[in-house]
Design a protein around this ligand. Structure first.
Ligand code: DAH
Length: 342
């Protein structure tokens, strides 16, 4: 019997030296240790057929063999697993010093970036967004804004008419009327939108963007307008900048002003950007004409308003040093990639 045990032991020793993976160790181990089919498992079963006087020493021998074999298999399994892990580390090794392939990410269009910056500044002063319409009728775009049919100011804007009554909005000022007709007083609204005019050169495009501001409340004066605009230019063009109001004319404001910002390029000394004047024109504004308030059923004795209209392309062109408006519409990635203020 001990020959049989020694034989199995030798078989294990011979077999083990051939094994090269933890999977093979597992299979090989099963051949011996499986309680039903394994060679050592079978020896345990034979126990009852052994003569009683030999049973104790047989049992001891089988147990010793079993323990010895288990230890061998465990040791070998551990060694194989460690080797396999090492091989995996090596095959999956990455060189962290290799330059990564850059993933292309998009950014917002300069017009959108500028619009968002403007909204941020005015939202901070309590303005709410009001959506202007792109198609208007004559009443909202002109008549209610104190610009009746034969008014010479209609020539200031080359309108795209869709029909005798409908047109593509030429100015976001039309949103003032919609806001005053539908909102409770007081009003503090900002209307960013697309506008259209038959006009096309280096600084004009048939479609462009404006942002209208309107405040209607008791005792609104030009001082409120000046204060808000000063705050706006400081946030947009730097703390050192300020505004200057020049008299102007718009039918829907009285008085009307053109607003200049002190040149943020030269600090007001005079340079190419400000054409030597130290000032750059940025927007039109004024105190809402009483006739406009009354057209919207607002008591112009009790309430007054201020309004301003900003050209978003103009603000973007000044801010990013763009001298041709077409660059904002061509979607040339070489241009768009350079402008990322987000
Ligand atoms: N709507 C004018 C334009 O498109 C801009 C403007 C001027 C808007 C004065 C205003 C304003 O609200 O008060 O030229």
């Amino acid at each position: 019997m001990s020959d049989r045990l020694a034989g199995i032991r030798q078989e294990i020793l011979d077999g083990i030296s051939q094994l090269s993976s933890s999977r093979a160790v597992y299979e090989f181990k099963k051949k011996f240790m499986d309680s039903k089919t394994g060679k050592i498992g079978q020896l345990m079963k034979e126990m009852k057929t052994i003569a009683p006087e030999e049973r104790a020493s047989f049992g001891k021998g089988v147990n010793e063999l079993k323990e010895w074999a288990n230890r061998r298999f465990d040791e070998l399994d551990e060694k194989m697993r460690a080797r396999e892990l090492q091989r995996r580390y090596e095959s999956e090794k990455i060189d962290v010093t290799m330059p990564a392939e850059m993933a292309e990410t998009g950014n917002l269009h300069p017009i959108t970036q500028t619009r968002n910056q403007l909204i941020d500044v005015f939202a901070g002063m309590g303005f709410e967004i009001f959506e202007p319409k792109e198609i208007e009728n004559d009443y909202y775009n002109f008549t209610a804004l104190n610009t009746p049919k034969d008014h010479p100011a209609r020539d200031m804007q080359d309108t795209f008419y869709l029909s005798p009554d409908f047109l593509l909005a030429t100015q976001t000022s039309a949103a003032q009327i919609h806001a005053m007709e539908t909102r409770e007083l007081p009003i503090k609204m900002l209307a960013p939108g697309k506008v259209f005019r038959s006009d096309d050169d280096a600084t004009h495009s048939p479609m462009f963007h404006q942002m209208e501001g309107l405040v209607v409340d008791k005792k609104i004066t030009l001082c409120d307008l000046k204060g808000m605009l000063d705050m706006f230019v400081k946030k947009m063009y730097g703390e050192g900048t300020t505004t200057r109001l020049r008299p102007s004319y718009f039918p829907f404001t009285e008085p009307s002003v053109e607003v200049d910002v002190s040149c943020f390029e030269c600090g007001g000394k005079g340079c190419k950007l400000c054409k030597g004047t130290g000032w750059i024109e940025i927007l039109g504004a004024g105190i809402v004409n009483k006739k406009v308030l009354e057209n919207c059923g607002i008591d112009s004795e009790e309430y007054s308003g201020l309004a301003f209209g900003i050209g978003i392309e103009r603000v973007a062109m000044l801010k990013y040093g763009i001298d041709n408006i077409k660059l904002l519409f061509e979607s040339d990635l070489r241009v768009l990639r350079q402008i990322d203020d987000n």
